[in-house]
Design a binder for this molecule. Structure first.
Ligand SMILES: [Fe+2]
Ligand SMILES: [Fe+2]
Length: 279
């Protein structure tokens, strides 16, 4: 009998992208990440290969996806508001799983050191855990992912940058995931005040690991700027203005952004506010 040939990394990525159910998607994502890292540890890395990722990843039938302005406003002080917040974070995490596998599959023909693939597979694995953690918290409170409507626009950044890897790196990890660093401490406070220890510790895991995802974005963005002899700050400004349809909103988490390799002169000029005066 012919030995079974293993999947390439790009094929594994497409398998995750075309799995609709959230828990099934994250289970497959974690399994593929474990396979990738086991092969790396054995010094027998899987072939990267090429594959055709779908323009839109498969999604479960629930939640209903609404235009952002039609998603009901949440009041975080109430139990219902906190559930809506958990649901929104679960939705972001599920999109993030697909965003990282899409990065692997869509740009697998761009030559990179193997560390590029290590980083995005690790990020996808962590997002899968984040989604599962948020689902566990929702279920503790008698709810589940899919019980509430969610934003339909979450995949837009991926679609807009489907042909532009540097645009993808600028907008997804360096703008959207960096925004997560700004808002997560406030969310942790909301759940701490509600004495919800399970959610506090889940959000603390997310907060710590998201610094890494922003850092991967900054690292590979700078790598490509070096390859193409571009000024990183100017190129970042150009790409964010081109692909991101809004200004960046302070307050910024300058400490965590710095830790992730995002200096203030990258993001302050893209906001509609002045940086605070320094003594
Ligand atoms: Fe995450
Ligand atoms: Fe992330």
């Amino acid at each position: 009998m012919e030995p079974l040939m293993g999947d390439t990394l790009a094929q594994m990525a497409v398998e995750v992208l075309t799995t609709a159910d959230g828990r099934a998607k994250t289970a497959l994502s974690r399994k593929h990440a474990a396979t990738w890292f086991a092969a790396r540890a054995a010094n027998e890395p899987l072939e990267i290969g090429t594959a055709e990722p779908p323009l839109h990843p498969a999604r479960p039938t629930q939640p209903e996806l609404l235009n952002p302005r039609d998603v009901p406003r949440r009041k975080p002080g109430s139990e219902k508001g906190r559930l809506a917040l958990l649901h929104a974070v679960a939705h972001i995490e599920l999109n993030a799983v697909d965003l990282h596998w899409d990065m692997v599959a869509r740009f697998s023909d761009v030559p990179f050191p193997i560390g590029f693939f290590d980083d995005w597979v690790r990020a996808a694995d962590e997002e899968s855990n984040h989604f599962n953690l948020m689902c566990d918290c929702l279920e503790t409170h008698g709810s589940h992912y899919g019980a509430l409507p969610a934003h339909a626009g979450m995949w837009r950044a991926a679609e807009d940058t489907a042909e532009d890897l540097m645009g993808r790196l600028a907008v997804v990890p360096m703008v959207l995931e960096a925004r997560g660093l700004d808002v997560t401490p406030g969310m942790i406070e909301v759940f701490r005040k509600a004495n919800d220890a399970q959610t506090v510790s889940a959000l603390e895991v997310i907060y710590a690991e998201e610094v890494g995802h922003v850092a991967y974005g900054s690292k590979w963005f700078h790598f490509l700027c070096g390859r193409y002899e571009l000024d990183p700050k100017d190129e970042f400004h150009r790409l964010v203005k081109h692909y991101f349809h809004s200004t960046l909103k302070p307050p910024f988490n300058e400490e965590k952004r710095a830790e992730a390799g995002l200096p203030p002169d990258f993001y302050w000029p893209l906001s509609d506010a002045e940086p605070p005066a320094r003594g």
